[in-house]
Design a protein around this ligand. Structure first.
Ligand code: NCD
Ligand code: ZN
Length: 342
């Protein structure tokens, strides 16, 4: 196959940042995606409908002239989020979900939840108004091994949460393990997003000839058997699994650092990366539904009607793209791609 035309996709998990960083990265997403679920982990986080409305306005102002893009907003769940915040979010129409980060688990998560059970009144309100809960599905407990934090979260927190709120619609974000795949397959009212990096790489990529900070994201890359399980889920045609890049830009300085930030930048070439994954798995026919149908179906939004075309050509991913004071290194920088969006 030399050309692939599909319905325009959406990105169901994206970090856009703010200010100059937002202006630098947004055009990359807009080139490929019609909509994106925008993560609220700014400093300080997006906690109220008022915060979300202002952030949405800043995103819309940064859309390149003549382009169409719809930011779908989220609220950052804290220990202080109230059921009234949920009612207001639902009424806003533009807040589409609430994001749970365990305190201290990842970038800008200091405001995160200290004990998930404290949020039960909020989850009850979310269940009642049918507001999806998006999970950073890791425990933040330093006594739990880094590579086990997703599995332990599923057993200790997600399973009981689903028992307490069976009708709460949940997205387990950026899944990284076969445990997550199995859980999502078995449970009701739950879906999962899968990133390009977790489909393309296993944890060996973090240490190839030395430490490779641009492959460091959270949840961290896992063993090959887990990558295989994610790949099978992505190409299975099961609507519970859909596209979410978790593109998370950090400047080169803050990645190539003695304490480097977590996050891979894939918004530059996300659809091309996914196309390569699906082609290598002999499943290009499954890409459209994964990228363009199952996400809107879960969020109860209309599917996009326009189309995009990907063509088979070789091009080199730049070493760096302009960002803030220091540049931004895209995922797999300097390497060749075999698909390109027209
Ligand atoms: C994200 C970021 O940088 O905002 N980083 C990451 O590694 N995925 C935060 C997150 O989603 O965990
Ligand atoms: Zn994320």
């Amino acid at each position: 196959m030399q050309k692939l035309t599909i319905t325009r996709p959406d990105d169901w998990h994206l970090h856009l940042r703010d200010g100059a960083a937002l202006k630098a990265v947004l055009p990359h997403t807009v080139r490929q995606f019609a909509r994106a679920i925008v993560m609220p982990n700014l400093k300080p986080p997006v906690r109220s409908v008022v915060d979300a409305a202002a952030y949405r306005d800043r995103i819309i102002a940064a859309i390149p002239a003549g382009k169409q893009f719809e930011p779908l907003m989220t609220l950052y769940l804290t220990d202080n989020t109230s059921p009234a915040d949920i009612i207001a979010a639902k009424a806003s129409q533009f807040v589409k979900a609430v994001k749970y980060y365990p305190a201290g688990a990842t970038t800008n998560s200091d405001f995160g939840v200290t004990d998930i059970r404290k949020c039960d009144p909020v989850f009850k309100a979310m269940e009642q108004v049918d507001m999806p809960l998006l999970l950073h599905g890791e425990v933040a407990d330093r006594d739990v091994d880094m590579f086990d934090r997703e599995k332990v979260f599923i057993e200790k927190q997600l399973l009981p949460l689903k028992q307490r709120f069976p009708n709460l619609r949940v997205v387990l974000e950026h899944i990284t393990t076969s445990d997550a795949v199995q859980f999502v397959l078995a449970a009701h009212n739950i879906a999962a997003t899968i990133t390009p990096q977790h489909l393309l790489f296993n944890r060996n990529s973090l240490f190839k000839g030395g430490i490779r900070p641009h492959f460091y994201c959270l949840p961290i890359l896992k063993r090959e058997e887990h990558r295989q399980a994610l790949l099978q889920a992505a190409i299975s045609g099961n609507p519970k699994f859909f596209l979410g890049t978790d593109s998370a830009p950090h400047s080169r300085d803050s990645k190539e650092n003695s304490c480097g930030c977590a996050g891979c930048y894939s918004a530059l070439h996300a659809m091309e990366l996914y196309a390569e994954v699906f082609e290598h798995a002999d499943a290009l026919d499954k890409l459209e539904a994964f990228a363009s149908f199952y996400g809107p179906d879960f969020y109860q939004l209309p599917r996009n009607t326009e189309q995009i075309t990907l063509a088979k050509t070789t091009w080199r991913i730049p070493d760096e793209v302009p960002f803030t004071e220091s540049g931004l290194v895209p995922l797999r920088a300097g390497q060749e791609m075999t698909w390109q969006m027209a």
